[in-house]
Write a protein that binds this ligand. Structure first.
Ligand code: CMC
Length: 445
């Protein structure tokens, strides 16, 4: 085989290339590197025969594949860094609000005062839901998991806002964003009130975002009713911390479903469905159930042994990206203590702290770089705010809609993006001829 250097788009002035030698042919190829990344399509030139398909990469679960270029959220998993549009999560949690961060994610900059007022006003003016939707929610069984109700209701919004499919129009896109951010808390609150057998409360757009949500959940015609500002702020910080986390399972789903250019409601319903599972947004619910099951500190060593034997996972531990402490977990842990000063302590915090202490010293967890993630402590705050356990993933889905929408917009506006369509490595049977059913008894199983 002839030795030949095949240059693919090499810039002569730059050393930023990767040289790959194909030992099947002895040929070398130079591939440009940009931001520590090569373009997978550049590998397609690597062939043995000219009519071969060309080289692909095999990456189950996309563990090392960038499917987009994004300017929204930066994570350094080794150092435990999380920034939205450049702003550290610690500063945002301390000084910002969920709606401000939602604006930041979607528009790329912190809003001016008038922009924030307009944004807040638009979102709060879209908190009412169509009566058909309220009636639809009422048809779910009293014990329906609220995430199932939420996913279905978001999808149903597609039928009520028919102009939403004209996504090429920026004004149409913008309106759906206000609607989604405004209506999600209402859908969740209506589902919750149905669950507890109470009539729903209509939104009060003069209230703040989380203030209104807590009002819709709790108000019972009390004359002296007030939403606790401490509870509203705790929920706001919780929402802010969940607003985006770059290309996780649900955000990737939003991009993939959105890439076929359907309306944002169906894409968002799919993203919420992806969030539902216990390895993703359902982990907060699973952590609480786990802490309740453990029951007391004396049971922890036995539980840890079972995790190490592979019988179950320690929920709220581990992360695909973070290989050190999840910065959101550190903030949430502190916020939990702040809230407990008002609500009284949660006995499960002692079990959680002891579980964390033992796990962080145990070689099983240390060697696998398993640290508490955002879900480890968030459930304790949600419980202190008196949310039922199966509402927890809903409290993740509402704020994450801001991130889903930011990524959806970025995807639509990115000229490099097309309909998502990964490749596969086919490992099935070679061509074989059809066998009539009468003759199949002689076929090997
Ligand atoms: N408990 C016990 N062992 C674990 C855990 C855990 N929570 N997580 C990972 N491992 C082990 C796993 O068994 C494997 O061990 P080995 O190498 O011996 O086979 C090793 O660590 C690597 O695990 P992995 O499954 O390859 O890691 P992953 O990056 O695919 O999974 C994860 C990430 C978050 C799904 C996983 O850590 C997990 O299941 N955690 C528990 C669920 C959870 O808390 N999810 C919330 C994630 S943060 C919020 C969000 O973004 O949704």
């Amino acid at each position: 085989m002839a030795e030949k250097n095949q240059s693919i788009e090499k810039s002569p002035a730059s050393n930023d290339t990767l040289t790959v030698t194909d030992n099947r042919t002895g040929r070398s190829y130079e591939v440009p590197i940009e931001r520590d990344t090569i373009r997978a399509l550049d590998l397609r030139k690597i062939k043995v025969q000219p009519d071969d398909f060309g080289m692909m990469t095999y990456d189950p679960a996309y563990a090392n594949t960038a499917s987009c270029r994004s300017a929204i959220t930066y994570i350094d998993g080794d150092k435990g860094i999380l920034r939205h549009r450049g702003y550290p999560i610690e500063q945002l949690a301390e000084r910002s609000s969920f709606l401000e961060v939602a604006f930041l994610l979607i528009h790329g900059h912190l809003p001016r005062k008038d922009e924030l007022e307009f944004w807040t006003n638009r979102i709060m003016r879209h908190t009412y839901i169509h009566e058909n939707l309220a009636q639809m929610i009422a048809t779910f069984r009293y014990d329906a998991h609220p995430m199932g109700t939420l996913v279905s209701s978001i999808a149903a919004m597609s039928t009520l806002h028919s102009e939403s499919r004209y996504i090429e129009d920026p004004a149409v896109r913008q309106k759906q964003i206000w609607r989604i951010l405004g209506k999600l808390p209402t859908l969740a609150a209506f589902a919750y009130r149905l669950r507890i057998g109470r009539p729903h409360n209509y939104p009060d757009s003069s209230r703040g975002y989380t203030d209104n949500f807590l009002y819709m959940l709790d108000y019972m015609n009390q004359r002296d009713y007030e939403v606790s500002p401490v509870a509203a702020r705790a929920l706001d910080v919780l929402f802010l911390l969940h607003a985006d986390h770059e290309q996780n399972c649900s955000t990737t789903t939003m991009r993939v479903v959105g890439s076929s250019r359907g309306d944002p409601y169906v894409a968002l319903a799919a993203a919420a469905a992806a969030l539902y599972g216990p390895l993703h947004g359902g982990a907060n619910e699973a952590v609480l159930r786990m802490l309740n099951k453990i029951g007391s500190e004396s049971e922890i060593p036995g539980y840890i042994e079972r995790v190490k034997r592979g019988e179950m996972r320690l929920m709220g531990f581990g992360h695909r990206i973070y290989r050190s402490y999840d910065p959101r977990a550190a903030i949430i842990k502190q916020a939990a203590y702040d809230l407990f000063e008002v609500t009284g302590s949660n006995p499960l915090i002692d079990i959680a702290l002891e579980l964390e202490r033992i796990a962080l010293e145990d070689d099983f967890f240390v060697s696998r770089q398993l640290y508490p993630n955002v879900d480890f402590y968030s459930g304790l705050i949600m419980q202190a705010l008196r949310f039922p356990t199966d509402m927890f993933p809903v409290l993740f889905a509402i704020p994450r809609s801001a991130g889903w929408l930011a990524h959806w917009l970025e995807m639509i506006e990115d000229p490099e993006q097309k309909i998502a369509r990964p490749r596969q490595v086919y490992i099935g049977a070679d061509k074989r001829d059809y066998v009539p059913v009468e003759a199949r008894s002689q076929m090997p199983r």
